[in-house]
Design a protein around this ligand. Structure first.
Ligand code: NAP
Ligand code: ZN
Length: 360
């Protein structure tokens, strides 16, 4: 079958990290694959990290985007769950080995197979630099295996739903794994894309949520999203007053920080889970503080396909929606800058119609 000409926006190198229009080809769908006409794509801070090669593993050209909502344009002969016209989602993964212990337990994001899981963009990257590239949702179409495609519940506003596919599941997965429950005291650090979903999800699970932020002006928004309290991380006295106050802390800060500032806020047996920076902390963990109160310092990576469907359904049930600012794709470079300056309230979503109009 002929490859499909595809329009997108991508970066050709970290030096030129501005995104520009980029034409490429996608393979036509196989029997178990779906061709999706992309309608909306969320802008995750990981997109920016990847474009800038912050993790040292970017394969160029890099077409980001792993919060994708679209319409099924074509379904392969063996596809059973979806039909042409369905509104569907694609998150951070498009494949995994399917047979390793993690995949067998439905935790594809921790795939232990020879090529691990395949990311929606930046493919699979081996430490030696080999691997293969994939192109994400800053484009007009994508082809994905049925088993990695999600159903978007009919009651979710499709303009706003896309961020659930990464920001939603990345915060939902640890909240579930660490069994956050009604009455727990939860802190969410960083009120950005992930943080604003974490607040709403933890609140819907019955937790009392505190937002810890560097941005005083976000107080009213935090409260509107469901926080019962807001702490400013630079207010040392207020932070000290909250030592041993929380059962669970979800930390979404994207740059290196001192994790010890948050460890001391945990109760005995509490856990701080870092979903933000994927690199060393600013200072080593002080294990005296960890051991003395049997605390846990952990990390967590996105969420499984099953959890992604669960969080979409959970958001529909609890009427949780990301707060989005819709932008045309031509504004993506400004959006990246504003995200870096903590000016996103709280997720940019690209209306892909803007790309189609550009192509005409
Ligand atoms: P975002 O929208 O930019 O939000 C991050 C928030 O963190 C900012 O709004 C700001 O909140 C706070 N912040 C930013 N820089 C800070 C600094 N230097 N010190 C303290 N606080 C700071 O980003 P996002 O899309 O939520 O992503 C957050 C991080 O999670 C990124 O690093 C991303 O790559 C990562 N991520 C990880 C996974 C995973 O699987 N583990 C999945 C998706 C994303 P305040 O203004 O409230 O302080
Ligand atoms: Zn993401």
């Amino acid at each position: 079958m002929n490859p499909l000409p595809t329009k997108g926006y991508g970066a050709t190198g970290s030096f030129f990290s501005e995104l520009k229009p980029l034409d490429f080809e996608r393979k036509a769908p196989q029997a178990d694959e779906i061709l999706i006409d992309i309608l909306y794509t969320g802008v995750c801070h990981s997109d920016l990290h990847q474009v800038k090669n912050d993790w040292g593993n970017t394969i160029y050209p890099c077409v980001p985007g792993h919060e994708i909502v679209g319409k099924v344009a074509q379904a392969g002969a063996a596809v059973t769950k979806f039909k042409v016209g369905d509104i569907v989602g694609v998150g951070c993964m498009i494949d995994s080995c399917g047979v390793c212990p993690s995949c067998a337990e439905g935790e594809q994001q921790y795939c232990e197979g020879p090529v691990s899981w395949t990311a929606t963009y930046n493919g699979y990257m081996k430490p030696d630099g080999s691997g293969f590239n994939t192109f994400g949702g800053y484009s007009d179409k994508i082809v994905v295996k049925e088993s990695f495609v999600l159903k978007i519940p009919a009651t979710l506003d499709i303009k706003a739903a896309a961020p659930i596919l990464c920001a939603g599941v990345t915060t939902y997965s640890p909240l579930r794994h660490w069994q956050v429950k009604a009455g727990d005291k939860v802190a969410v650090v960083g009120l950005g894309g992930l943080g604003h979903m974490g607040v709403q999800l933890a609140k819907a699970m019955g937790a009392a949520v505190t937002v810890i932020t560097t941005s005083k002006e976000k107080q009213a928004d935090a409260e509107k999203l469901g926080a019962h309290q807001v702490l400013f991380s630079e207010d040392t006295e207020a932070m000290q007053q909250h030592e041993r106050a929380f059962d669970f802390i979800l930390n979404t800060i994207p740059d290196a920080y001192d994790i010890n500032d948050y460890i001391s806020l945990l109760k005995r047996d509490g856990a701080v889970v870092a979903v933000g920076v994927l690199a060393p902390y600013k200072k080593p963990t002080n294990n005296m503080e960890v051991a003395m109160h049997r605390r846990t310092v952990a990390g967590s990576l996105i969420g499984s396909i099953q959890e992604t469907q669960e969080v979409l359904d959970f958001c529909a049930e609890h009427q949780i929606l990301p707060e989005v600012e819709i932008i045309p794709i031509q504004q993506i470079n400004q959006a990246f800058k504003r995200m870096q300056q903590k000016e996103v309230h709280y997720r940019f979503v690209i209306d892909m119609q803007s790309l189609k109009e550009e192509s005409n």
